[in-house]
Design a protein around this ligand. Structure first.
Ligand SMILES: [Zn+2]
Length: 481
């Protein structure tokens, strides 16, 4: 972490006007997480559909990080990384560890800002185990509003609550939406906006999806409500048939446009209540989404598609900029503290880095290896050239990409570079066993309980993951929203 005095010097060059950290009243901090927002599906990042006109405009007026990678391909672990500045296998709040709670030695962003005099406000669901208040994410929040941000009543409720935020003390707001998450459910007209020619009716309403199809066997009858809804949603598509596949993607894209329009209204409210100009604002996502390119759908493993997310930051006084250097989810906490001039203090070392040097064209210092995580320890490690990523549990392969030449990770070079595979695999295995004793990397198709995976598995011959380290077994379980 960069010392406050250095930050002020740096900001003097990067920012116009009075440095943020020197202001009498600290700026509000607004952290918006648009769950499951794949950067590659946003017009902000050049996607062929105009899914994000508002975010594109917002980015043009602020700072955009073009290459932001989330630290996990699923909600719980990724948000915990963003809130702590730590890799997943350091904070260990992972889905497959059941009720493991964030250790008290790791301070969350809300705890740190509360200690710095902020009023801390949660506006997100309180009932999702993937965004669980009880696993540590809720620590430090003084006010918890149970919100479900969707077009309609959900948006209206959030806009009303936003009006209660301005006050004597600066506030920290965490605002989250699941409106993009599967099963895709954009409301009209967003359900047709990107595929108006598709004629067949697809049921999107969760209440109707729950009972759309009668369970065929005991296994189907005993799955959770979320899993049944997701299965019935998926069951309406033949994803090997191009019109179905294309409509499936168009529904996801329609959800993005829904979220973008919702953000437009939310930011209009920020302006109306007078908090836009003087707030430090982060707009990002916890992970992306994939659509069959790797043989499965949705998000499980830390591939490019599943972890490349948008990151827009409004830093009061900062000039608009586009940053091409890699940014990580774990960088958000150190960056926010850096902007505000808050010392991270004693305690375990933060693993993220402040992104502020990038605003002066400087290189963000990185360790030799970067990590990202998937469900059931489907993890990834990369250095300045190579990325090793563990594939989906139903496929059980490992892939190697030359990320310098192949940033979109389309060409698996593992067969041609066994030495690089072995080296990176040993780095990943060693780290997992050091930070998470008891971790087992999968060596069999033990995670078949996935309810939302396509059965269109990859045709090529996968390299199997063989465990080389001695770690004792851990249990696995299905994910839920
Ligand atoms: Zn998520």
């Amino acid at each position: 972490m960069i010392a406050v005095s250095v930050v002020l010097t740096m900001l003097a060059g990067a920012l116009a006007g009075e440095p943020v950290a020197a202001r009498a009243k600290k700026p509000n901090v607004i952290f918006i997480s648009i769950d499951t927002l794949a950067a590659d599906h946003t017009s902000l990042h050049g996607y062929f559909r105009d899914t994000t006109p508002f975010l594109k405009k917002l980015a043009s007026e602020n700072v955009m990080f073009e290459n932001c990678i989330s630290q996990a391909a699923y909600t719980l672990a990724s948000h915990t990384s963003m809130f702590t500045g730590l890799y997943v296998d350091t904070h260990q709040v992972v889905w497959q560890h059941g009720e493991k709670v964030l250790g008290p030695e790791h301070k969350t962003l809300a705890e740190r800002l509360k200690a710095a005099g902020y009023r801390t406000v949660w506006m997100a669901t309180t009932t999702s185990p993937m965004l669980s208040l009880s696993r540590g994410l809720g620590r430090g929040f003084e006010t918890v509003h149970d919100t479900w941000l969707e077009m309609g009543d959900g948006l209206k409720k959030v806009k009303t609550l936003l009006k209660t935020l301005p006050g004597e003390k600066p506030f920290f707001l965490f605002l989250h939406t699941y409106m993009l998450h599967d099963p895709y459910h954009p409301v009209a007209p967003y359900d047709r906006v990107f595929d108006p020619g598709f004629r067949r009716h697809i049921e999107l309403a969760p209440d109707k999806l729950e009972n759309l199809r009668i369970p065929r066997n005991l296994e189907e009858a005993t799955v959770s409500r979320d899993a049944r809804i997701r299965n019935n949603f998926m069951g309406q598509f033949n994803l090997k048939y191009k019109p179905d596949h294309d409509h499936f993607v168009a529904l996801y894209d329609g959800g993005i446009r829904t979220a973008d329009d919702a953000m437009k209204e939310i930011f209009a409210t920020f302006r109306k209540i007078g908090v836009y100009n003087d707030s430090l604002i982060v707009v990002t996502s916890d992970h992306g989404e994939t659509f069959g390119d790797y043989g499965y759908y949705f998000h499980y493993t830390p591939t490019h598609q599943e972890t490349h997310v948008p990151l827009i930051m409004r830093i009061p006084g900062a000039k608009p900029a586009r940053v091409s250097q890699m940014a990580l989810g774990i960088d958000l906490l150190p960056t926010i503290l850096d902007v505000l001039g808050i010392d991270p203090g004693a305690g375990p070392k933060l693993e993220g880095r402040s992104l502020l040097p990038a605003l002066q064209g400087k290189t963000i210092p990185r360790d030799e290896y970067v990590f990202s995580h998937g469900l059931d320890h489907m993890d990834a490690v990369w250095d300045s050239q190579w990325k090793l990523v563990h594939g989906h549990p139903e496929i059980q392969d490992i892939r190697l990409y030359d990320v310098k030449a192949d940033a979109l990770e389309r060409h698996d070079l593992s067969a041609r570079n066994p030495g690089v595979v072995a080296k990176l695999k040993s780095v990943l295995d060693a780290r997992a066993c050091t930070t998470t004793p008891g971790t087992r990397r999968p060596s069999s198709k033990s995670s078949r309980a996935r309810t939302s995976c396509s059965k269109t598995a990859s045709r090529r011959r996968p390299i199997r993951w063989r465990r080389t380290t001695r770690c004792s077994p851990a249990s696995t379980s299905t994910r839920t929203k």
